[in-house]
Design a protein around this ligand. Structure first.
Ligand SMILES: Cc1ncc(COP(=O)(O)O)c(C=O)c1O
Length: 358
């Protein structure tokens, strides 16, 4: 009888709630306004020739390398950051190795680590869901082979300092340390210029969030030249599709569009945090394009907003997030709609169950 590997038989499945997403999408941390018009223009110009050919990654890797200030050999374009995480697990984890994550965090780290047969060690966030540097350092052993850290973290929006990330990478010298900067644009700080200090440190970025290209599936992984050689061997030569490769240079060239979008998200983030504070709702000050808030019974809250045409994400089953929802921010008019709907929801359901701010 045919059986999947033992690690796969016990693998939890991850079903993001994608069905029926009608309305204002504040549930997946996507760009809610869409990509640069330059990308749409490029899409209109694509013809059968581009679709008939196998995609060529290398020229676009040079463009991205110039943009990031690294050399093309230091990076690999991937099918979203998800593929970067998967490749890291395939490249560095043997069955029985230890892999470290901080919880709560992005779900796919655990899944790909488990699929590789690793023992996943979950380190609980520190007080107030802050990054648990000391505890993470404590948990590094001679069996640790991979550490995945989202910075800013999803769903909390909290961050680790570059110094702490470097300390972790230096301490775990036999492990790959992946710093997932999917929300970099909304934070503005990066460990990328420090990669040369630690050959076991990697940075991943996505074009799914600020750039509005989640549907195209494109991200980038940057690391030490020798390590990237190994990762390239694992990757499919055609992992990124031709449409994504054709569009990415246009998306990168329109930095005005990104700056404007990010500025509106940041302004919206402050407005949302003020509104939550005024309503006495506990929340975690965020460096990303979303805010985690403890609103009380989440099902009624999410359903109430959905009736008003706004989708938000229930995070109450994440570690330490009982009663919490995650609210994504977009351009100004979307924040206006969110704040108006929140006010009505608070009036209807009351805010008494939201604990006061930490
Ligand atoms: C921390 C983090 N990393 C990676 C991803 C997925 O990125 P991509 O769309 O590039 O696969 C997400 C998506 O929510 C995320 O929150």
């Amino acid at each position: 009888m045919l059986n999947p590997r033992a690690a796969i038989r016990t693998l939890p499945s991850y079903h993001p709630p994608l069905a029926g997403r009608e309305g204002l999408r504040l549930d997946f941390n996507e760009n809610t306004a869409g990509c640069s018009p330059r990308v749409l223009e490029r899409l209109r110009q694509l013809g059968p020739e581009q679709l008939a050919r196998y995609p060529e990654r290398a020229p676009v890797e040079s463009t991205v390398a110039d943009f990031l200030g690294v050399t093309a050999a230091d990076l690999l374009l991937t099918n979203g950051v998800d593929e970067a995480i998967h490749l890291m697990c395939e490249t560095y984890l043997e069955p029985g190795d230890q892999a470290l994550i901080v919880v709560p965090t992005y779900s796919m780290y655990r899944i790909y680590m488990m699929a590789a047969g690793a023992e996943v060690i979950s380190i609980a966030a520190a007080k107030n869901l802050q990054f648990p540097t000391a505890e993470l350092l404590n948990q590094i052993t001679s069996r640790t082979r991979l550490i995945a850290i989202a910075n800013p973290n999803n769903p909390t929006g909290t961050v680790a300092s570059s110094e702490d990330l470097l300390r972790i990478a230096r301490t775990a010298g036999d492990a790959a340390v992946l710093v997932d900067e999917a929300y970099f644009e909304f934070y503005g700080q990066t460990v990328l210029p420090r990669l040369r200090e630690c050959p076991n440190l990697f940075v991943a970025r996505t074009f799914s969030k600020a750039y509005g290209l989640a549907g195209l599936r494109i991200g980038v992984l940057v690391g030490d030249l020798e390590q990237m050689r190994a990762l390239r061997r694992v990757s499919s030569p055609y992992n990124v599709n031709a449409v994504a490769l054709a569009c990415l240079p246009d998306a990168l060239a329109d930095q005005d569009y990104i700056r404007q979008y990010v500025a509106e998200v940041r302004e919206g983030r402050s407005r949302l945090e003020c509104a939550l504070a005024a309503a006495g709702i506990q929340f975690w000050p965020s460096q990303a394009n979303f805010v985690l808030a403890r609103v009380g019974p989440t099902a009624a809250f999410v359903a109430n907003l959905r009736r008003r045409g706004i989708l938000v994400r229930d995070r109450s089953s994440d570690h330490g997030c009982q009663g919490c929802v995650r609210l994504t921010l977009g351009p100004r008019e979307h924040t206006d709609r969110l704040l108006a709907a929140l006010q009505e929801t608070f009036n209807e359901l009351g805010t008494a169950q939201g604990a006061p701010r930490p």
